[in-house]
Write a protein that binds this ligand. Sequence first.
Ligand SMILES: Nc1nc2c(ncn2[C@@H]2O[C@H](COP(=O)(O)OP(=O)(O)OP(=O)(O)O)[C@@H](O)[C@H]2O)c(=O)[nH]1
Ligand SMILES: [Mg+2]
Length: 308
Amino acid sequence: MSSEQPTNSPPTSASELPRVGYVALAGRPNAGKSTLFNAFLGQRLSIVTSKPQTTRGRILGILTRPQSQIIFLDTPGLLDADYKLHRTMENQIDQAARQADIILLLVDASRPKDRDVLIKRFLKRAQVPVLATLNKIDLVKPAQITPLQQSLENEFGIEKPIPVSALRGDGLDDLLSQLEAYLPYGPKLYPDDMVAEQPERFFVAELIREAAFEHLEDELPYAINVHIEEFREQEGRKTYINAIIYVERESQKGIVIGKKGKNLHSIGRKARAGVEELLEAPVFLELWVKVRSDWRNTDRDLREFGYL
Ligand SMILES: Nc1nc2c(ncn2[C@@H]2O[C@H](COP(=O)(O)OP(=O)(O)OP(=O)(O)O)[C@@H](O)[C@H]2O)c(=O)[nH]1
Ligand SMILES: [Mg+2]
């Protein structure tokens, strides 16, 4: 965390040291934060789905370049907190913003007005410089980009947002150089080959949640949580993973399992492919579904699931 006054000018003193620092991604749910995070890191580290509220915590990803080490913090989307779970998500956003040297605010070009009051509230709390980017420009006509940039600049009192498409990779090199210029010079904080800090079993649980999120409809994706019960690497045999998908009600359990276990089977197949890609090893994935009533509002459950 920086105790200096926020300023919107990059550090100017040159040095032999690389630029090293934290970039927190922030924005509304579904703005494309995790897509951008993965595009910068060149790998699928943070889960991405077509549904909002996919990311539930702070995800750290390290990009080491010849002259810099940029530590990206992916965060949940800014929202109205309806559950205790949402309040833990808000805390994660604020913690990441405090830890950051610069905040990168993402605005979805196809939904620029989406609950902008939440963005304004967040910007008021921000203690460090904020750079903004207009994402998903592939979804709007080129002629719309300049007026959109201008209206966001006026609305939020920030510098002109940099237009990008995280999905296509357009504009990312320019954005990365601009971000880099805001980081202080200093020694690297992580080994060059390190990309993530959270343990493998965290990412495995996330990949299972990603598969379930995409597969399930309506409110159900939001009522699930994935917990890894057992993760065992075995010499000469498939890695054994036993995971529980928690739901909030008995009726939800039946839907997640599906007729003759069809839904659970599909979720398992999709999740296993992702987990095998991540671990670069064959995996035996066993999935169970259990009920944990009202876990999103229960401190004990939130603590056990790692949200608190
Ligand atoms: N067309 C288009 N789609 C994008 C772009 N970036 C992200 N998306 C899509 O937008 C959806 C949401 O992307 P995410 O990266 O999960 O968004 P997020 O901001 O992390 O969302 P939360 O985790 O819910 O806060 C996914 O379907 C992405 O494929 C983009 O540049 N263009
Ligand atoms: Mg996300």
